[in-house]
Ligand binder design. Structure first.
Ligand code: BMA
Length: 379
């Protein structure tokens, strides 16, 4: 090889190497046509991930224990005079043309709450307890063959498309004051490694599930021109990396890897919760690092929080050790007649863990609304 050719080859190798590194470390979301705000948000999540965990709460602005639809109120605010930084909502029943979601939240109000949260500089995440498109029953109806029935070419595919069209309409309506779409952390087919929803893993082969996920993303992006979603892959139970990834649809259609895990009031409840979550975080974090994705706990909590120091003694030690971008507490429904028990996951004023939650609020890693707003995650 002539010296010139060697030089050329060296320069070329360097360029290839730099490109490779850029691709590996680039913090760009999977939708290459994502809106500028969506791209900015995703890049900011990466910047914040080692330092902070954003605290989230489902339905936070709509209702709490003992109240409903009071402007400016939230249970978390009643304890720490600040809101959660992440607002979770569920669009289940949108597919049925219902004016309210499956938990009674009017979709019109939900849209306004989403706009309000975004205007405050908060984050928004959506899940979808979609009814069973094959039987018309609930999301919890696990009739075999349901998932397959909605794949292209199969009997309920047209119905699924109609449902996606309704979801797209809703998503398109979520606009900020400047007219730009509000970025949404979208978490479809959640808890997919469980066994209780029609899309859970026992209802399909990995290939079928992956086809459904990829079809859904592709349809929303290409047919509906929706580019303000950050896609959240979400599991429930898993013991190994293989379990976690068995139904993983691909790096080009996922931005955040996450799981849901709750503590239960039972013997060794705390110890079991800590040891399982610790193991799951290690696995999920390994995946996040390998794939250059964000890591999150997409749902957690201890129903009715009977442990008065749960926040600083159980939850925070887990958050402290890992780069978890956000953790979402499930909804504060209050007393549920159907279950004959209290159903809530965030404290309210004078709840037994409220004092401890105030300490948790002050811990360095926690991000609630006020601090998060100052970080301007959409710029
Ligand atoms: C469950 C419970 C139910 C609710 C469902 C969907 O965990 O909170 O009451 O209907 O989530 O939000």
């Amino acid at each position: 090889m002539t010296p010139n050719a060697a030089k050329k080859r060296y320069v070329l190798t360097c360029i290839v190497f730099i490109c490779h590194c850029t691709i590996l470390t680039a913090q760009i979301c999977s939708d290459i046509e994502a809106t500028p705000m969506t791209k900015a948000l995703y890049a900011n999540l990466f910047k914040l991930k080692d330092k902070f965990t954003i605290l989230g709460h489902q339905d936070a602005l709509a209702y709490g224990v003992g109240w409903k639809y009071e402007n400016g109120r939230s249970d978390i605010k009643s304890v720490v005079n600040d809101n959660a930084g992440l607002y979770g909502w569920d669009i289940g029943y949108l597919e049925l043309d219902s004016s309210k979601n499956l938990d009674g939240v009017p979709f019109n109000k939900m849209k306004n709450y989403i706009k309000e949260a975004h205007a405050m500089g908060g984050l928004v995440t959506l899940s979808w307890h979609a009814s069973n498109p094959f039987t018309g029953k609930s999301a919890w109806d696990t009739t075999p063959g349901t998932l397959r029935s909605i794949l292209p070419g199969n009997s309920a595919h047209a119905k699924y498309i109609l449902w996606l069209d309704k979801v797209a309409l809703f998503l398109n309506d979520l606009k900020a004051k400047n007219g730009e779409h509000i970025p949404i952390l979208f978490r479809p087919f959640h808890e997919l490694t469980g066994s209780w929803f029609w899309w859970c893993k026992n209802g399909s082969t990995p290939e079928e599930f992956i086809e459904l996920w990829r079809f859904t993303v592709n349809y929303l992006q290409k047919q509906k021109n929706i580019h303000h979603l950050i896609y959240v892959y979400n599991t429930a139970d898993f013991k190994t990396e293989n379990d976690f990834l068995a139904y993983y649809p691909g790096d080009d259609v996922v931005d955040i890897v996450s799981f849901d895990k709750y503590q239960y009031d039972q013997k060794n409840g705390r110890e079991d919760f800590i040891s399982i979550v610790e193991k799951q975080l290690k696995i999920a974090n390994t995946v996040a690092v390998q794939k250059n994705k964000i890591l999150a706990i997409a749902e957690t909590g201890f129903e009715a929080i009977p442990d008065s120091s749960w926040w600083t003694n159980t939850l925070y030690p887990l958050l402290e050790k890992h780069p978890i971008s956000f953790v979402l507490l499930w909804r504060n429904a209050g007393y549920m007649r159907s279950m004959q028990k209290m159903h809530y996951y965030a404290p309210y004023e004078n709840q037994v863990s409220a004092k401890n939650f105030k300490q948790f609020y002050l811990l360095p890693k926690m991000l609630f609304q006020k601090k998060l707003s100052s970080l301007k995650i959409y710029q």
